[in-house]
Write a protein that binds this ligand. Sequence first.
Ligand code: G6P
Length: 610
Amino acid sequence: MCGIVGAIAQRDVQGILLEGLRRLEYRGYDSAGMVVRNDSGQLVRHRELGKVAALADAVDHQPLHGGTGIAHTRWATHGVPSQDNAHPHMSGERLALVHNGIIENFQELRESLEAEGYRFTSQTDTEVVAHLIEKHYQQTGSLLTAVRQARAILHGAYALAVMHADEPNCIIVTREGSPLVLGVGIGEHFAASDPLALLPVTDRFIYLEEGDLAQVELDQVQIWDREDAVVTRSVTRFEHSADAAEKGAFRHFMLKEIYEQPEVIRNTMAGRMTESRVLERALGAKAMELLPEIKNVQIIACGTSYHAGMVARYWIEELAGVPCSVEVASEYRYRKHVIQDGTLFLTISQSGETADTLAALRQGKDAGFRAGLAICNVAGSSLVRESDMVVMTQAGPEIGVASTKAFTTQLTALLMFTLALARQNGHSAENEKAIVEALHLLPGQIQEVLDLDADIAKLAEHFVEKHHSLFLGRGTLFPIAMEGALKLKEISYIHAEAYPAGELKHGPLALVDSEMPVITVAPNNELLEKLKSNLQEVRARGGELFVFADRKSGLKPEEGIHVMTLPEVHPIVAPILYTIPLQLLSYHVAVLKGTDVDQPRNLAKSVTVE
Ligand code: G6P
């Protein structure tokens, strides 16, 4: 996904901008560019298709000297990856802009700007914004006012950084639905879509809020909120000033990655949803054309990604009313399968290089599926390159072999996809709004669960001497029970099985005794009463219960029943929230057992062979 970096300093900023872009590479992109105001007051721009390294070569060849500049990595949505479509976009020679997100009303704006004589050189929605701001600049002579007036006309989600050759030492930035932070230096200031981009130059950040507009100058920043009132936003020190591929203050990568989940889920949603709806275009340029043709969905994945697919099946059938099958890739590829008309082939993979998943995708393509959609965390991976549509998760590099943040960002992406598909099939705007609102609340609620870490670490003590365990769930929480069991077996080597709670009587109940802890995820949903009966069945056989539930479930701790209370959530997003305590539980059991948490025996992060 796109990345923004901007800098104003009393030194050349080209190196700062390039390093910032390198640090945003993990987000995925297909072209890169930058513009700098030189000492003669001209804007000089380089744009390159491909990697930041290509841009660095261009800058080496023709340096961009100057103290004010903006830079960008682009992930194509409107218009193919190309030099013309790469950012920064300019209106004339004097105004340049970089943009993350999607402008929904770009078509009508483009037509009216063309009618007024503006000439377009790209297929992007971004260029519309450049000309629109230029038009207002002509009328007002102030970049700040021009951006303010232009954004009142824009619909969609965006973060913008804009500069004008006639306003030296000034960048105007604004955000609405896409992330943007300001970096605070001494006599210099910066902007970026991710603080990681600016860590070499500062550790002090101002996180802009939705609707904020800021004038960034050498010695100061001024910020206005959506109502144009001057506001002061606090300066925060970046707590984990470690690089993404360093553990920083955390003992293990897995713990660091568990704790990153509020932020990476926010990043995965950024620019893809308004306050009340998902933006179809965020699913890629082809989504608008393909989604109405989808009559059924075949999900293929492995490991943790398969569990994400299992949750998605419940969502897709419930919300979109579209038939959905889900299967592990290694099974699917070696059996005869039938591809129906209008099949969307949905692959899910953190790495995008899992051999079985790739092989299944290629078979599905040969068998004539309608379209391939990949949910993936690694830009430029084989899966991404070979799919018609891609939704990148924004988990950042995941180092721990046991997948955590990749899983919850996959679920977030899958739910956004489901909502877009559901809209095509008559899902009400009101229901969509309720779910989108629940998604916006989710990062904060995950933080509340992370705050229970010490209590969960205490629970973990009960597992250290155990050899077996049973995880139970119903509905969308059954795949979460499977994921919980997978985490525990992967890193603590305790045998863990997951069952849909309704199957308990059909076999596993025979195993339950005081040596078999039973873990269950039990939010207050329509299956709760049935689940409670299953729990009684366990208790009656002396099994010790560990229940994760919300207050409304009415489940109380008693002899042999440990209850951990989680925040109340919309039932549709509950599987995402309920994953977190199970990750923490496994982590602490593994630490107590002294296993190699980040690199468990016999396992690999990316399974590129069969
Ligand atoms: C390996 C990893 C798991 C992952 C699975 C699928 O088993 O250890 O964490 O879930 O592969 O990988 P993918 O990259 O396709 O999601």
